[in-house]
Design a binder for this molecule. Structure first.
Ligand code: BYC
Length: 317
């Protein structure tokens, strides 16, 4: 789909690609709002992966064995990789990666609310794998069918890696649950702290989600926030039973009529506070990212100087 046709014709062809379930590709004409929505969503997702390295990275030096340390290192490294694929996908839409990073460290672009909570014990590493990666999989598997080709393709590999993350988390928790009373208490405490923030990861309720309707029509999103949240609850309750932990919601019960679990009210005031920058760790997360960016300035300068010298040499040759 080249950009030489009339605007109405371009729009018609774009709508046709969407209707036929084909993929929109980087050089295709897209409406400005589609481009802006995709850049916003991919950038927020990339930032989440990069900031998401911090809560677990906090435990790398204190992992209880070499095996746990190797697993955790590999997981955190995967998240860096996810961030990089996603920034590259955003670049195919004309976004500038340096500008996206600047927006993140200046607090002008969002990242997932979930990464603004502290990791207080090693059980948090397991619970993040189980619940946070579990929620991420629920949310991201349908995004493998997202209408923007580079995003959908990046999501296939990301989801495979997230599945490994989820399993390593659950296996860690299973091991701790077979351990001492104090290990079991650590797992329960971590579950109590991460359950509600995990439900908030899916975004505001559908009635308060300004972007869902448009993004569903463009087949960027395939399910609403509430549909995915429900799917996650239904999937997780039996896993909690198998693990032997209690999910911290007295209203959680099977509804035979709906064939879904009912669950209690989410504290949306807390969600809004965290998204607005006032969660327990927002300031720390952004400050850490800013410091890492500043520390890396010499690498960027050296790479740019090397590229310039090479271009000069090639030009002379
Ligand atoms: N936290 O109209 P809505 C991961 C914002 S990475 C913060 O429903 P949309 C992982 C939303 O951006 C997790 N902000 O929006 C990584 C919008 O803000 P603006 C990230 C949130 O886009 C490492 C406003 O609220 N996953 O899982 O239709 C290790 C209104 O929302 C949140 C992705 O990014 C939130 N939780 O739906 C382990 C996946 N929720 O821009 C795990 C891709 C909403 O209007 N993204 N907001 O100011 C998506 O699927 C969708 O963008 C969302 C939101 C479901 C997140």
């Amino acid at each position: 789909m080249t950009a030489t046709a009339e605007p109405a014709e371009l729009e018609r062809r774009f709508e046709e690609v969407i209707a036929r379930e084909e993929r929109v590709e980087p050089r295709d004409w897209v409406p400005d709002d589609y481009r802006a929505t995709m850049i916003r969503m991919i950038a927020q997702h990339a930032h989440s992966e990069i900031i998401g390295m911090q809560p677990e990275g906090n435990w790398i030096t204190r992992a209880p064995s070499l095996r746990r340390k190797a697993i955790l290192l590999a997981k955190v490294q995967d998240e860096a990789g996810h961030g990089l694929y996603l920034y590259s996908a955003a670049e195919t839409l004309g976004a500038d990666r340096d500008e996206l990073t600047r927006k993140l460290i200046e607090g002008r672009q969002k990242y997932s609310s979930i990464f603004n909570y502290p990791t207080l014990s090693f059980a948090d590493v397991g619970v993040i794998g189980w619940l946070v990666d579990g929620a991420a999989i629920c949310n991201q598997v349908p995004l493998c069918r997202s209408s923007y080709g580079p995003y959908a393709r990046a999501m296939i590999r990301i989801c495979k890696e997230e599945s490994f993350h989820q399993r390593q988390g659950y296996e860690l928790l299973m091991t701790m649950m077979r351990g001492s009373d104090s290990q079991r208490r650590m797992v329960q405490d971590a579950t109590d702290r991460w359950w509600w923030p995990s439900l908030m990861m899916f975004g505001p309720p559908d009635a308060d989600s300004p972007h869902t309707e448009r993004s569903m029509a463009w087949k960027i999103k395939r399910h609403t926030n509430d549909e995915l949240r429900q799917r996650f609850v239904d999937m997780t309750v039996p896993q909690a039973d198998a693990l032997g932990v209690t999910l911290p919601d007295p209203d959680l019960r099977w509804n035979a009529e709906r064939e879904h679990y009912d669950f209690g009210a989410i504290d949306w005031a807390e969600f809004k506070r965290v998204v607005a920058g006032n969660g327990p760790c927002n300031a720390e997360r952004v400050a850490h990212r800013r410091a890492a960016h500043d520390d890396g300035a010499w690498v960027r300068e050296a790479a740019a100087a090397h590229a310039a010298r090479r271009a000069e040499r090639d030009g002379a040759a």
